[in-house]
Design a protein around this ligand. Structure first.
Ligand SMILES: *Cc1c(COP(=O)(O)O)cnc(C)c1O
Length: 228
């Protein structure tokens, strides 16, 4: 049950218009917020209308799924920027470093070390984000906010990683504002410029709180099947 091509195109236009509106409202420069179109669970055929509409930044949450669909799309659209936004296992680090341009989900020492080793081995340099579990939820990935500063310092000093940004996914049934504010505070304290925060339900709020990237899936591609 793919969404019709026109629907995806119109959704994308609407999301872009909303981002522009929020940039203005927050008195931020036009174009200062990047849209990461989250294409997890959607096929190449469903992603194509977004590519044809000029979208180039995409997010996937599983290495294997992304490997199945992005190499072919990249042949047609070489300027794609692909973000890993789901948890990474260290045994997938080689594949992740080879395929993605940005990894947003560094949250533990072992992953930091694995990415550092692979970047060296493959002579690649990705843009890297640390994921922070702002709500300290037991089931959620991300470094605890209390440990974030020390972890970021170790990523830099021990593993030689340049950390460009912080990422968070606020608890589902809470007001996201305080979580966005916390992420911004942690980034400011660590001298980090980029903030990846805000999804379909709350990206407008996230922009007001300073997001430099929003990760929007269902508002563009339609509802996903309940089991992801
Ligand atoms: C799926 C996902 C999104 C997009 O969610 P929507 O609510 O569909 O916009 C954003 N970020 C992460 C980390 C995700 O896994």
């Amino acid at each position: 049950m793919n969404a019709p091509v026109e629907t995806i195109r119109d959704n994308l236009r609407q999301v872009r218009a909303a981002i522009s509106r929020c940039e203005k409202e927050a008195q931020r420069a036009a174009g200062s917020v990047k849209l990461v179109a989250v294409s997890k669970t959607f096929s190449g055929d469903e992603i194509l209308p977004a590519l044809k509409e000029g979208q180039r930044i995409f997010g996937e949450n599983r290495v294997q799924e992304a490997q199945g669909k992005w190499p072919a799309l990249r042949e047609r659209f070489p300027d794609i920027e692909l973000h890993l936004i789901g948890p990474l296992q260290s045994n997938k680090a080689a594949e992740a470093v080879a395929l993605f341009d940005v990894i947003q989900t560094i949250d533990r020492e072992k992953i930091a070390a694995a990415i550092a080793a692979e970047q060296k081995k493959q002579n690649r340099k990705l843009k890297l984000f640390v994921q922070v579990n702002t709500g300290s939820e037991v089931q959620k990935a991300g470094i605890d906010p209390q440990e974030a500063a020390a972890f970021i310092a170790r990523c830099r000093d021990v593993h030689g990683l340049e950390i460009a940004g912080l990422m968070c996914i606020p608890p589902q049934h809470e007001n996201p504002g305080p979580h966005f504010a916390l992420l911004r505070k942690l980034a400011d304290e660590a001298g980090i410029a980029e903030l990846s925060m805000g999804m379909s339900g709350d990206y407008e709020t996230a922009i007001i709180f300073g997001a430099t990237q929003v990760r929007v899936g269902s508002a563009i591609f339609g509802a996903r099947p309940p089991l992801e």
